[in-house]
Design a protein around this ligand. Structure first.
Ligand SMILES: Nc1nc2c(c(=O)[nH]1)N[C@H]1C(S)=C(S)[C@@H](COP(=O)(O)OP(=O)(O)OC[C@H]3O[C@@H](n4cnc5c(N)ncnc54)[C@H](O)[C@@H]3O)O[C@H]1N2
Ligand code: MOO
Length: 403
């Protein structure tokens, strides 16, 4: 009976309410940390720059020679990046200096070499005056030792990784990623890349679920394909438990047929069923339960159904477990073409944008839950509420963006 099905919003809330972000952490090298979430505040271990440094190639000069043009100065030595000058500058003197080198004692500015001319081997003339402080990067200008730089909960990106490195860190503490075991079930399934024989089909659904899970920060445990036997499904579930999966995502065998064994097998292993069947299309037979510490999401077999269920339910769950901010895929746009009334199940229809600014959509003509080409072409899912009346061209509709 359609009315007894759980509504999509309630199903989402029940999954979310039952799960907390993972608190375990691990310490990893910076080059393994792109996209990861730091578990505590990062303080700097150094002052940056650690010394007053030259920002240019030129000459370090004394305060009294700043603002002057046409004067000649004696060059008393040279310092490049990685060295420390032994000399102290006095008025009338200059020290040849290169970008990144520490500014010598007594110097108040660096004059760029383009604003000087060589008189002889030991003397230069200033052709355009330098103001006091010019071209000197002051010690601590970026940050100082002990300063908080990144807050716990920050997702590391290219820039923050560089900041952490400059602050003296080679490793950081991050939350461990959620571990997601993916199991395809069905006698008809053949592994990816194998051409199907009579009655067979590629187990194509799992790769989409794995990719989506990875996009959402998960670590994948690929359990491969189990045939529709209690023993094979049980063995695969035991592997998921042994590998400490946080979530087991099964694909197929979720419906009511004689070969749909996921629910009975997991039930026999002690799974507490939270709910089974949601008022949605595609994806009605979705099942959610808990087996010990492991959450189980039983996705329907049709590849569009499994993907839509993963997008709606697994994505927010994985992001919550992994401390990632929720991803808002929802938008409101205009319909380009009318749409018929909808039945009892909320319908997530594959749609495409009809203008470059992505403000209007139309549904693709083929909406069967086995059609991967249409799913791949789609830009969004157009959300049609349960029992929606006909929608007309120009009406506003809710969508879920796929990209
Ligand atoms: N009598 C009823 N029959 C069905 C109902 C129903 O309410 N009453 N629901 C239908 C709906 S809706 C769906 S969705 C499917 C889902 O059923 P299952 O989860 O049991 O899926 P299977 O029967 O195992 O497979 C369905 C379909 O998908 C193919 N498949 C399975 N796994 C994969 C995979 N990993 N990659 C690609 N394709 C896969 C499978 O070969 C089937 O063609 O049930 C309806 N039936
Ligand atoms: O809900 Mo099924 O997922 O329509 O194909």
């Amino acid at each position: 009976m359609a009315l007894s099905l759980l509504q999509v919003g309630e199903a989402k809330e029940r999954i979310s309410a039952a799960h907390k972000p993972i608190s375990e952490t691990e310490n990893l090298n910076l080059n393994q940390l792109l996209g990861r979430i730091i578990s505590r505040d990062i303080l700097s271990r150094v002052t940056q720059p650690p010394f007053d440094a030259s920002a240019m190639d030129g000459y370090a000069i004394h305060e009294r020679d700043c603002g002057k043009e046409g004067i000649s100065l004696e060059v008393i030595g040279e310092v490049s990046a990685g060295q420390v000058a032994g000399q102290t500058i006095t008025a009338g003197q200059a020290l040849r200096i290169f970008t990144g080198a520490p500014v010598p004692d007594g110097a108040s500015a660096v004059i760029i070499q383009e604003n000087t001319e060589q008189i002889d081997g030991r003397h230069i003339r200033i052709t355009s005056a330098a103001s006091e402080g010019a071209n000197i990067r002051r010690s601590g200008q970026d940050f100082s030792n002990g300063q908080p730089l990144l807050k716990a909960g920050t997702q590391l990106n290219a820039r923050s990784l560089s900041l952490a490195a400059a602050a003296g860190h080679g490793t950081l503490d991050v939350y461990r990623r959620p571990r997601i075991a993916i199991l395809a079930t069905g006698n008809e399934l053949v592994p990816l890349g194998t051409l199907p024989g009579p009655g067979q089909i590629s187990a194509s659904g799992g790769i989409a679920i794995a990719a989506l899970a990875q996009e959402n920060g998960a670590e994948i445990i690929d359990l491969g394909i189990a045939r529709d036997t209690r023993a094979e499904i049980q063995d695969s579930v035991k592997r998921a438990i042994a590998e400490k999966a946080d979530v087991l995502l099964t694909i197929g065998g979720a419906s009511v047929g004689d070969h749909d064994l996921i629910r009975p097998v997991l039930g026999g292993m002690g799974m507490e069923l939270d709910f089974w069947k949601v008022a949605m299309r595609p994806g009605k037979p979705l099942m959610v339960g808990r087996l010990g510490e492991m959450l189980v999401l039983g996705l329907p077999g049709n590849p569009v159904s499994s993907f839509v269920c993963a997008l709606l339910f697994a994505e927010p769950l994985l992001r919550k477990l992994g401390h990632l901010p929720p991803r808002n895929r929802e938008a409101s746009v205009l319909l380009e073409e009318s749409m018929p009334t909808n039945g009892p199940r909320q319908h997530f229809m594959r749609g495409v944008f009809t203008d470059v600014s992505q403000t209007s959509v139309r549904a693709l003509s083929s909406q069967d839950s086995s059609l991967l080409q249409a799913l791949t072409q789609a830009d969004c899912l157009i959300v049609r509420p349960s029992y929606a009346s006909e929608a007309k061209a120009g009406d506003s509709v809710q969508i879920i963006r796929l990209a």
